[in-house]
Design a protein around this ligand. Sequence first.
Ligand SMILES: Cc1ncc(COP(=O)(O)O)c(C=O)c1O
Length: 384
Amino acid sequence: MIHPVNRKGTHSVKHEEAGKKFGSSDLLPLWVADMEFAAPLCVQGALQKRAAHPIYGYTIYPERYFDAIAGWMQRQHEWQIEREWIVPAYGVVPSLNFAIEAYTQPGDAVMIQSPIYPPFFSSIERRGRKILDNTLRYESGCYRIDFDDFEAKAKEARLFLFCSPHNPTGRAWHKEEIEKLIEIALRHDLLIVSDEIHADIIYSGMHHVLGSFEAIADRCVILNAPSKSFNVAGLNSSYAIIPDAMLRGKYISEQNRSGITNGNPFGIEALMAAYEGGAAWLEALKQRLWENIAYVKSFVQSHSFPIKAVVPEATFLVWLDCRAMGMTQEALVHFFVHEAKLGLNDGVSFGEAGRGFMRLNVATSREVLEEAMQRLLDAWKERC
Ligand SMILES: Cc1ncc(COP(=O)(O)O)c(C=O)c1O
């Protein structure tokens, strides 16, 4: 069901940009967060059917599109939503930007939790807002929220950009953690935009959609997409779910102001097909990803590497703690790229809290992953 596919020649960022990004082209690219697996057959079939009709003109979002999202939220995440809460969007990162613009003014403070997906920083900075970083605490191999610091910063922040599940740490926030955040947010009238793009890939327990907590439902914006779950990120099809009419109106005006109105015919077809028929494929995918995560974890443990894998509860990203290698970040990146010949994300691109870390994308074939781990081991032995 889950088939690795060679992407060479498809203009993929991960492969075609690797040479430029790393200054070396003979490496294994394990960076950009998409997968080396073919999208599910239901998605391929829907896209082929749509492509067979030779007109690709301006396209509306049909009722079926809204039903597909509502149905997915209900079945997958036990969240019942109204059709009018859904706002089709062009991408989660553009939506983060529209939300910042809609709900804050230049100079306002926006809170994030680093280490964090880089656009969380850039979206705030580029819009002239101030970053308040409620840095996550890394304790005994696990990332936790510093609630005292969150409360202190919530007094000043107008908006909190939540990442749930969290990239790059792979945390799938537990119900009690989210409840605590909500309690503090309400006390300080803090609005929350929750990026839940990784919500479908969770390995145990369930994802708790922020909007499903009644207390915060009218003070939050949920952003999601089928991009990560079904490997369709290039189709630029995402959505916001905004229960509160006033917040929704502000968001929509901001998005309209940017000129984004119509949908992409392929993105719409892919979303409907994935959400209507992709659940079994997603289960198989999670199984495969979990095996890959377990493989990486056991490899680094059994070869007495000075590297620890932070085992994710969600996402196909493994955050590697390389601090015991005793290298500067520059030397660490050089080691991965030029000695191990591996293209991973530099931990510092996720903020200062990522110093000493590298992010590995395990959504690839076992053969590639084995080759990657072997290269890492050989390069390390070479040094010792
Ligand atoms: C947390 C998070 N948000 C957003 C995105 C990208 O979303 P989009 O491609 O819809 O802009 C990613 C991609 O890696 C991500 O990890």
